[in-house]
Design a binder for this molecule. Structure first.
Ligand code: NI
Ligand code: MN
Length: 226
């Protein structure tokens, strides 16, 4: 069993009933966030990159919960300096955690943290196997052809894909990503948070009507089972 809760923007919480993780916990300054950062109880925090709308409340959440932050090496070093417990990884590598397996995938994007734009290495995506299901969270990225390889090598039960355009894939590229990844279910993310990414998710679902992949549009705070 894998239950996933969308917390707006790119923030996704997941539980197998025993372990709790959260990806890119942008809560405090996120107008979509349905809960406060203090309400979050997790064992691990996964970060795709250092941008403020992904790093978000990761450090206070990790400290409050005695949770470990899983991140690409340079970003892990950055958050460790700010007092968080970390597990460093890098792209192409996978590791078996108590909650499941995490593999880092490429992402075509930037990664820098804070107003000083501190160097935090390459951004990543996550392939997570938890509760017997495989979840793909690509972080912020443009479309890339290796998504076909990811789809060929993994049976993805649930994928979250950015559709907001401007900073990431827009609708048409996300539709192509679904074709490459062939997930059972896909949930659009990274839209409407800011005026510049004000994209209608129904554009995405309309274009996938004939696809074998089920498109699920969920509001922040809503959950689904993979
Ligand atoms: Ni970003
Ligand atoms: Mn972003």
């Amino acid at each position: 069993m894998l239950k996933v809760t969308y917390l707006g923007h790119s923030c996704v919480a997941a539980t197998d009933g025993e372990h709790n993780i959260i990806i890119d916990p942008f809560i405090t300054n996120n107008p979509q966030a349905p809960i406060g950062a203090d309400d979050i109880e997790v064992d691990y925090v996964l970060l795709t990159h250092g941008h403020g709308d992904h790093l978000g409340d990761a450090i206070p959440i990790a400290k409050k919960n005695d949770a470990t932050i899983i991140a690409p090496f340079e970003l892990a070093v950055y958050v460790a300096k700010l007092g968080a417990e970390v597990h460093h990884m890098h792209i192409g590598g996978a590791y078996n955690f108590p909650f499941g397996r995490v593999k880092l995938t490429i992402a075509h994007h930037g990664s820098a943290a804070g107003e000083e734009l501190a160097y935090t290495g390459n951004p990543c995506g996550f392939l997570i196997t938890m509760g017997g299901k495989t979840l793909y969270h690509p972080g912020d990225t443009g479309l890339f052809y290796d998504m076909k390889l990811i789809g060929d090598m993994n049976s993805i039960d649930l994928a979250f894909l950015p559709i907001g355009d401007n900073f990431t894939m827009g609708v048409d590229d996300a539709v192509k990503a679904v074709e490459f990844l062939q997930p059972q279910k896909v949930v659009p993310m990274h839209y409407k948070t800011f005026p510049v990414i004000d994209v209608e998710p129904t554009e995405f679902s309309d274009k996938l009507k004939a696809s074998p992949t089920e498109v699920i549009i969920i509001e922040p705070g809503e959950s689904l089972e993979a």
